[in-house]
Design a binder for this molecule. Structure first.
Ligand SMILES: *[C@@H]1O[C@H](CO)[C@@H](O)[C@H](O)[C@H]1NC(C)=O
Ligand SMILES: *[C@@H]1O[C@H](CO)[C@@H](O)[C@H](O)[C@H]1NC(C)=O
Ligand SMILES: *[C@@H]1O[C@H](CO)[C@@H](O)[C@H](O)[C@H]1NC(C)=O
Ligand SMILES: *[C@@H]1O[C@H](CO)[C@@H](O)[C@H](O)[C@H]1NC(C)=O
Ligand SMILES: *[C@@H]1O[C@H](CO)[C@@H](O)[C@H](O)[C@H]1NC(C)=O
Length: 201
């Protein structure tokens, strides 16, 4: 039953893309708001053409076998509230400006993939973000200071990567934070951070 519902979703997606592709003006063509194909054994790359679903609010492709890059076109769907690509085999890095056109995004999940490179420097431009998971990837480098601007962020899961460097003091400005996972190897830093965050409560 689950599989059938999801298959219908996939057919709907293909249908919408075909409709879009058969017209010349791609803007506002697709009314699909919700695309959930979670746990469907989907394999292959995520098509750039997903970007045609210009009113999409929920994109859930989690728990499949998708590989390749995260297509940049999805970061142009400004209506998105949820992006869930957890538990796939996605690779490559995320663009620094990926949040420039995502003013409504509340949930961004890309954990348990093979993403590399540095964390996008301006995730704070997703100003409505409530939950972020990029854990269990292979991100390197520092935590960007700008992340301290994310005033609505409640859950931030960045553990199980290869992040290095010290935690910027701006992280203590995350006033809504409730759950935080980070790799911290320096005890003095950990206590400093906890003190900083708890002070806000
Ligand atoms: C495409 O559609 C949008 C919204 O309906 C409209 O504003 C725009 O003028 C159209 N562009 C072309 C080239 O037809
Ligand atoms: C996915 O594959 C597994 C193992 O082959 C199978 O047991 C499961 O039913 C499949 N799920 C769907 C939604 O097709
Ligand atoms: C995003 O949208 C802008 C403006 O509509 C366009 O120029 C750009 O090519 C789009 N990027 C992607 C990756 O689709
Ligand atoms: C976000 O943070 C950076 C560095 O911490 C700061 O320079 C910037 O002005 C902040 N505010 C906004 C709205 O980007
Ligand atoms: C741990 O962090 C403190 C404060 O940021 C720093 O002074 C110290 O050198 C760090 N220790 C190690 C082993 O990195």
């Amino acid at each position: 039953m689950m599989a059938r519902v999801a298959m219908t979703g996939l057919l709907l997606l293909i249908y919408c893309i075909n409709i879009s592709a058969s017209r010349t003006n791609f803007t506002d063509e697709s009314a699909l708001l919700y695309l959930s194909l979670q746990m469907n054994n989907l394999t292959g790359e995520i098509p750039q053409s997903l970007g045609f679903l210009s009113r999409l609010e929920v994109l859930d492709l989690s728990e499949n076998d998708l590989y390749g890059y995260v297509p940049s076109s999805i970061f142009n769907i400004s209506s998105l509230k949820i992006i869930d690509l957890n538990l796939n085999d996605l690779s490559g890095n995320l663009p620094n400006d990926m949040c420039s056109n995502l003013p409504m995004l509340q949930y961004l999940f890309m954990g348990n993939n093979g993403l590399v490179g540095e964390l996008p420097s301006r995730l704070d431009k997703c100003t409505q973000l409530v939950a972020l998971s990029l854990s269990y990837n292979r991100f390197t480098g520092n935590l960007p200071r700008e992340m301290g601007n994310m005033s609505k962020l409640q859950d931030m899961f960045l553990g199980w990567n290869k992040l290095t460097g010290s935690i910027p003091s701006e992280i203590q400005n995350l006033r809504a934070i409730q759950h935080l996972s980070l790799e911290i190897t320096n005890w003095s830093e950990l206590f400093h951070l906890l003190w900083g965050i708890c002070r806000l409560w």
